[in-house]
Design a protein around this ligand. Structure first.
Ligand code: GGG
Length: 342
């Protein structure tokens, strides 16, 4: 069966790292039909809309989507595209790689970010010249769904430690609901709380969970990332904490992500369009290629996904490396090295 993959490079370095991922996929056995769609700041300038209807439909109807990067029009591009594939979970693994100068080489975290609501609900109002408002939406259904996904992800991927990030002491209604929903799901699944009541390494057989105030969690993640495994987060917290974790492992050039829905999914690097280096041909393609590996896994090509991950890990360890990782190689040179290893 040939899978139809929507390919949407988006803005800035998206146009450089997406072709790198396609080169890697072309070097593998699974057959894909790639169909390119346009979206982003440049499309707004040229056509008056950042996300044309046909690009939205392309993602909605494809078997999966590869997306590069969003720029100034992120709210009009990547949020609707995540909706087009009906994704409710944004999975963002952050792990350190041998050979890469990481602040915390022991980091092996996965952020499971609620993808549909929170402060990314899109309900913003310009009330007066002086007052603007934003409605933070947290629903029982979406909170339970992301909690269930997070606990299942931990079980399937060998993580014994789940942390629920929130700020329920201040956002009592919204994050209070989020936390309660996660606690209820944990109880239904028979997942106990970590006994000492503090976030930290699991001490018993099987999965344990704890909750953590997201501000304190940010500090603890920096000091002791090894104490954490899967972190279930409301939308904005997941966006921010995963960037923080990127800083622990060597930068945003290393973090892939999957936006997962019941029947469809979109894969994108965690980094954005990086206008400071766009067009120079030196963007790190690792995050985009690792996102393609997540797509392979999702489409049941686990063996191919493993091969891609091993090839990327080999290149990260031995080089060549792009300047963000201390090297002087181009995007094309790193991509060619990954393809050579395949
Ligand atoms: N490929 C990731 C990307 O384009 N990020 C830009 C951005 O602003 N993203 C917001 C988000 O991830 O919710």
């Amino acid at each position: 069966m040939t899978h139809r993959i929507a390919v949407i490079p988006g803005d800035g370095i998206g146009g450089e790292v997406v072709p790198a991922a396609i080169d890697v996929l072309d070097a593998l056995d699974p057959a894909f039909e790639f169909v390119e769609g346009e979206a982003g700041d440049h499309v707004l300038t040229e056509r008056g809309e950042a996300l044309p209807e046909e690009t939205y439909e392309l993602a909605a109807e494809a078997d999966a989507t590869l997306f590069g990067a969003a720029g100034e029009t992120a709210a009009d591009v990547i949020l609707p595209l995540r909706e087009a594939v009906d994704s409710f979970a944004n999975v963002r693994p952050a792990r350190a790689y041998p050979g890469i100068d990481a602040v915390k080489p022991e980091t092996d975290l996965v952020f499971v970010r609620e993808n549909t609501e929170g402060v990314y609900s899109g309900i913003e109002d310009h009330i007066t010249d002086d007052v603007t408002t934003l409605t933070r939406v947290i629903t029982e259904d979406a909170s339970r769904r992301i909690a269930d996904f997070g606990f299942e992800y931990a079980a399937e991927n060998g993580y014994d430690d789940v942390t629920v990030a929130h700020k329920a002491n201040v956002m009592r209604e919204t994050d209070g609901r989020f936390l309660e929903a996660c606690e209820a799901v944990a109880e239904e699944r028979g997942v106990p709380r970590t006994p000492d009541g503090a976030s930290g390494e699991a001490v018993s057989e099987g999965i344990e969970f704890d909750d953590a105030l997201m501000d304190a969690l940010a500090m603890h993640l920096i000091m002791h990332p090894e104490d954490y495994g899967v972190v279930i987060c409301p939308n904005l917290a997941g966006d921010m904490l995963s960037d923080l974790a990127a800083g622990l492992v060597g930068g945003l050039g290393l973090l892939p992500s999957a936006n997962v829905g019941p029947d469809n999914a979109l894969f994108e690097p965690v980094h954005g369009s990086a206008p400071d280096i766009a067009g120079e041909g030196i963007a790190n393609p690792a995050a985009m290629i690792l996102s393609a590996a997540m797509m392979l896994e999702h489409l049941d090509y686990g063996g191919a996904a493993d091969r891609v991950r091993e090839a990327v890990e080999g290149v990260l360890e031995d080089g060549p490396r792009t300047p963000d990782l201390g090297g002087d190689a181009s995007t094309d040179e790193v991509t060619a090295a990954v393809v050579d290893r395949l």
